[in-house]
Design a protein around this ligand. Structure first.
Ligand code: SAM
Length: 308
């Protein structure tokens, strides 16, 4: 695939480069904020599963403001290393591990977070049941960490796959938040089962003691929660969000968007720092790969396969 054809096929990928975001996912958080006003009054935030860092960039720009407020505390966590960002403390770790949760809690030094966001996605296997299950595990791990760090009344936003077990997840979330909405930003492709749960007003059950156990691993929960019927079945509102005049992520746009401005190809804002395909690039450079004429723009293609 040529460099410009990716720009044509994916409008948000192109806009991300033009506006200096590390990934197109930045628009998902921006559009969620447009609808839910997520950043109002927030000075401490946690970004779980943050690499390559476009959500952390959004938090950094929106919360720290023009005067780069030092009061604001943002902690970003990911398995992968991430290039540094102003005002963002990074932890390289697995969010399903208690040690990572403890490290995040330590960073807040006894204070609570106002907002926790999680755009976590596993490496997709293509086996839908497995992918949905792992995604649900990540969400519950994020919820567990959230119960340790979020202040009462605080908000939690997380990526969710709207698969067949989604009711179980809604049930779990409704235990901790008075309002749970499933939102689909314009920048998230309709062809993807991805959506985001926006959980507002953290209010854990009285006497709840945060822990790191994960109920999805206990299959009796499936029977108890997911098979609920009638009025007991948890139904959360579904909301398409983002300005209706915003770009449609499923459409292909011409390269020259504005007749007064000529199209110019831009490289990604932050190329991956230790990409898994680094060795292959090295081999290709030294003519040691069987296919010598693989397409150019390795970084672009790697980003596109992640669908960020
Ligand atoms: N929000 C990010 C952004 O805007 O740049 C993109 C996040 S990307 C879609 C998903 C991330 O989840 C990957 O960087 C991956 O390493 C991370 N991830 C997956 N499983 C994880 C885990 N168990 N612990 C921490 N991070 C994890």
């Amino acid at each position: 695939m040529g460099r410009s054809s990716k720009d044509k096929r994916d409008i948000y990928y192109r806009l991300a480069k033009e506006e200096g975001w590390r990934a197109r996912s930045a628009f998902k958080l921006l559009q969620l904020d447009e609808e839910f006003n997520l950043f109002k009054g927030v000075s401490r935030a946690v970004d779980l599963c943050a690499a390559p860092g476009s959500w952390s960039q959004v938090l950094s720009r929106k919360l720290r403001g023009k005067d780069k407020s030092e009061e604001v505390k943002i902690v970003a966590v990911d398995l992968q290393a991430m290039a540094p960002l102003p005002g963002v403390t990074q932890i390289q770790g697995d969010i399903t591990k208690i040690s990572t949760a403890q490290e995040i809690i330590r960073h807040f030094e006894g204070q609570s977070a106002d907002l926790v966001v999680c755009d976590g996605a596993p490496d997709v296997t293509g086996l839908h049941d497995v992918d949905e299950y792992i995604q649900a595990q990540l969400l519950l791990a994020a919820l567990n960490i959230t119960t340790h760090v979020l202040k009462p009344g605080g908000n939690f936003v997380a990526k969710i796959f709207r698969g067949k077990d989604v009711t179980l997840l809604y049930s779990q979330l409704k235990i901790f938040f008075s309002s749970v909405t499933c939102a689909k930003p314009r920048s998230s492709r309709n062809s993807s089962i991805e959506a985001f749960v926006v959980c507002q007003n953290y209010s854990p059950p009285e006497g709840y003691v945060p822990n790191m156990s994960n109920p999805l691993l206990d299959h009796s929960y499936d029977v108890d929660f997911n098979q609920l019927e009638g009025p007991n079945r948890i139904i959360v509102p579904f909301l398409a969000c983002g300005d209706l005049s915003a770009f449609d992520s499923d459409r292909t746009y011409p390269l020259q968007l504005d007749s007064s401005k000529e199209y110019q190809y831009l490289p990604p804002t932050q190329p991956p720092i230790r990409p898994p395909y680094q060795q292959a690039c090295q081999l290709r450079k030294n003519n040691l790969l069987a296919k010598e004429d693989s397409p150019s723009g390795a970084h672009d293609d790697a980003l596109s396969s992640l669908d960020l």
